[in-house]
Write a protein that binds this ligand. Structure first.
Ligand SMILES: Nc1ncnc2c1ncn2[C@@H]1O[C@H](COP(=O)(O)OP(=O)(O)OP(=O)(O)O)[C@@H](O)[C@H]1O
Length: 735
């Protein structure tokens, strides 16, 4: 491990407009000294884990406070040692510790699934009773058929007795039919309801509770561990950023979870998990009752024949246990392979334009074919194992039947048994075989269901450090009087992405954004402009410093999302549109917008002209990701969408990059109207991220960003007075 604490570079002098604030550098240095001191005292792995935990702590936003850092480190140390006490030792702990944890996890999953099932108690109870009734009908059939046969072949056969066997058979057949109908409909209804609830919960937890970083870092990468292997989870924690890796079969997989994999959990895994507590559970019950009844009838009919027919059970059972283990492992690998293939296909389809421009269609199909071939090979191993088991079962049961009929034939010849009884016995032994294999199959499905449920709950619970703070998620938590907010200030903000914790993207940045003022940020690619915009919009939380709103001084990241979005809106460089109508896209952030305000926003963003030419106007469907609109049209529509929310601060990321001269002029008009409140709303603050000199000139203040640090700021005239200024050098480079 080479993790170090937050490092602040001192390569060049920094400009801070809030010089009276405690310098972030000092506190980070202090943290660094602490680090060095503790590093000498503690084993390296412990210290590195401790620092990693400290760095990812969400509440780390008050880094300005030195004692706070020490407190955080101390509490992290406490929780780390607590973890050490409760977690099994990975390298030394051995198997017993790990398996006890797995058992605990299994218990937890079962309890959660059972809680879901208990909400469907009515259909489950009716379905299970119906299933038992249909099992009883199945059991009654052989006996009644045997009776019918004996009565038909008996010389003293009377019409009356034949009628009673026939009517009993009719009752059993009709009753069994009704029971089967109820069983199927009720159990499936319970399964569908459980699946629906789990899906909504899971989708909700992913969409609402996960923070932005979880999505941009590849959705946490927690779904690939089909066996719920805690060891690999911890290894990932230790290894840090997710990396592409080759699995046992040489398939390159990423431990990050793709949207496709999340989709598979939402559909397939939830299906299997809900099935395991409904249909599968009932199947186990049916199988067990079938075996019990069949055993009872066979024992009462002929105990010797029963001994012969069950002699194969231990052999078949042992084979089933061995093969089940193999099938489980091979199935997990097969699934991993299928996921890799699905993620590959999904990525190529998403970037179809790049694939076509590079003329790589045939290569990609070939690669996909190779991945499919790997899946097929693994599938063959699973099929061979299953086939071997089935063949073995057939031979074993066939052999048992041969012995039963041999001994049974002799018993009939000796007059110890009737042919009807032998037929009944043979049918019961068939039902016993069916019941036994049903129980094994259902138990296999049930354990697969647990694995699937484990994936579902892992995704639902998510890693703690990826959870959006409760304050943000809850609409009823701290809110702001947005109309009275005059400015938003960044104070000594430091930020690193979770996936690259050692790289400081924003370094001690201070900036004030006021209503009625236009601030432009300029910097080279990768200097941190977009990251800064995302932080101000509340998509990420700074690890150092804070963002506050004035005059209340409230911390922006402690406000709920409703207030945050009412305060700040961003028009990204590449705006995303949904495959709905223009109007639905427009009101996405403000569903209650009136027709008047929609019209005002459209006019301000210069959208009316192109919308009037589209078939259906505002009802024109824009296609997936707005593909049926041009880049410039998408950008204008996104501007109108942001304007409609009437935010205190509007951030435009390269607002004119896809626009022609006329469009650029219209955006500049919109910028000026927002600044002065001419559009009919209050005055707004604007933050422009741009490379264009023409855009820079409209700004009241320009901030030059270099390597995540503010290196100079002032008006255009101030910053271009000297030819050696940072801005002039930058403009020369960007030109
Ligand atoms: N999700 C992410 N995870 C890790 N690092 C990231 C992530 N997004 C951006 N970065 C890194 O952060 C740095 C700043 O990126 P950012 O997008 O903020 O730069 P920018 O100034 O907006 O660049 P551009 O002008 O090209 O849009 C870059 O070095 C980039 O590699």
């Amino acid at each position: 491990m080479t993790d170090t604490p937050i490092v602040v570079r001192h390569a060049r002098p920094r400009v801070s407009i809030l010089s009276t604030k405690i310098n972030m550098t000092q506190c980070c240095e202090s943290a660094h000294q602490q680090h060095q001191k503790r590093k000498n005292e503690l084993p390296p792995s412990f210290f590195d884990r401790l620092l990693k935990r400290v760095r990812t702590e969400k509440q780390f936003d008050t880094v300005n406070n030195n004692s706070n850092i020490q407190y955080k480190m101390a509490s992290a140390a406490r929780s780390n040692s607590a973890d050490a006490a409760t977690e099994p030792t990975v390298s030394k702990g051995g198997k017993s510790n790990k398996s006890s944890l797995e058992k605990a996890r299994k218990r937890e999953i079962k309890a959660r699934l059972n809680a879901e099932a208990s909400r469907e108690i009515r259909p489950l109870a009716v379905g299970t009773v119906a299933m038992m009734a249909s099992a009883l009908a199945n059991q009654a059939l052989p006996k009644l058929l045997g009776k019918l046969l004996d009565e038909k072949t008996s010389t003293s056969c009377s019409t009356n007795s034949t009628t009673s066997a026939s009517s009993a058979l009719a009752v059993v057949v009709i009753g069994g039919g009704i029971a089967s109908f109820l069983r199927t409909t009720m159990l499936n209804r319970a399964q569908d309801n459980i699946a629906k609830r789990l899906r909504t919960k899971l989708f909700g937890s992913v969409l609402v509770e996960r923070d932005m970083e979880w999505f941009v870092s590849g959705c946490g990468g927690q779904g690939e561990n089909a066996d719920g292997d805690e060891e690999s989870d911890r290894k990932k924690e230790v290894d840090g950023p997710e990396k592409a890796k080759k699995n046992d079969n040489g398939i390159t997989t990423s431990s990050a979870m793709s949207p496709g994999a999340i989709g598979a959990i939402l559909t397939e895994d939830i299906n299997r998990a809900s099935e395991s507590v409904t249909v599968t559970f009932a199947n186990v019950l049916r199988g067990c009752s079938s075996c019990t009844f069949a055993t009872y009838h066979m024992l009462t009919l002929n105990p010797t024949l029963f001994g012969i027919s069950v002699s194969v059970v231990p052999v078949v059972g042992a084979a089933a246990v061995v093969l089940n283990k193999f099938v489980k492992k091979a199935t997990a690998k097969q699934r991993e392979c299928a996921e890799a293939a699905a993620a590959f296909a999904e990525e190529r389809l998403c970037h179809i334009e790049t694939v076509k421009l590079a003329n790589r269609e045939a290569d990609e199909v070939e690669e996909y074919n190779r991945l499919q071939e790997e899946c097929v090979q693994l599938g063959r191993r699973v099929s061979a194992a299953k086939g071997t088991f089935m063949g073995f079962m057939f031979a074993a049961t066939g052999g048992a039947l041969y012995m039963v009929f041999n001994a049974g034939g002799r018993a009939i010849a000796d007059g110890r048994m009737t042919s009807g009884e032998l037929t009944s016995f043979a049918t019961y032994s068939f039902l016993l075989g069916l019941g036994t294999s049903g129980v094994f199959k259902a138990l296999g499905e049930s354990s697969q269901g647990l694995v699937c449920a484990d994936r579902v709950y892992k995704l639902m619970d998510g890693p703690m450090d990826a959870k959006q703070s409760d304050k943000q998620a809850s609409a009823s938590s701290e809110s702001a009087e947005t109309d009275s907010v005059q400015s938003i200030s960044m104070e000594n903000v430091c930020f690193s992405y979770r996936s690259s914790p050692d790289k400081l993207v924003l370094d001690n940045v201070s900036l004030s954004l006021e209503r009625g003022k236009v601030v432009a940020i300029v910097g080279k690619n990768g200097s941190g402009k977009t990251t800064m915009a995302s932080l101000i919009a509340g998509l990420y939380t700074p690890q150092g410093g804070k963002i506050t709103i004035q005059p209340t001084g409230q911390t922006f990241h402690e406000l709920n999302r409703r207030s945050q979005t009412a305060l700040v809106q961003v028009v990204p460089q590449h705006p995303a549109l949904f495959d709905t109508s223009i109007k639905e896209n427009l009101v996405y952030a403000s569903p209650d917008a009136s027709d008047d305000s929609i019209q005002r926003a459209l006019t301000l963003a210069n959208c009316n002209d192109f919308i009037s030419k589209l078939e259906g106007g505002l009802h024109f469907r824009v296609g997936r990701n707005g593909m049926r609109l041009s880049g410039g049209q998408r950008q204008r529509l996104a501007l109108a969408r942001a304007l409609l929310s009437d935010p205190c601060l509007l951030i435009l990321d390269e607002p004119t990059s896809a626009l022609d001269a006329e469009g650029e002029e219209a955006v500049m008009d919109a910028v000026n109207a927002c600044r002065s409140g001419e559009d009919g709303g209050a005055t707004r603050g604007l933050l422009l991220i741009t490379h264009r000199a023409s855009t820079l000139k409209v700004a009241d203040r320009i901030v030059v960003l270099k390597g995540g640090q503010v290196v100079s700021q002032g008006t255009f005239e101030e910053l271009t007075r000297s030819k050696d200024s940072e801005l002039c050098e930058l403009m020369a480079e960007l030109a």
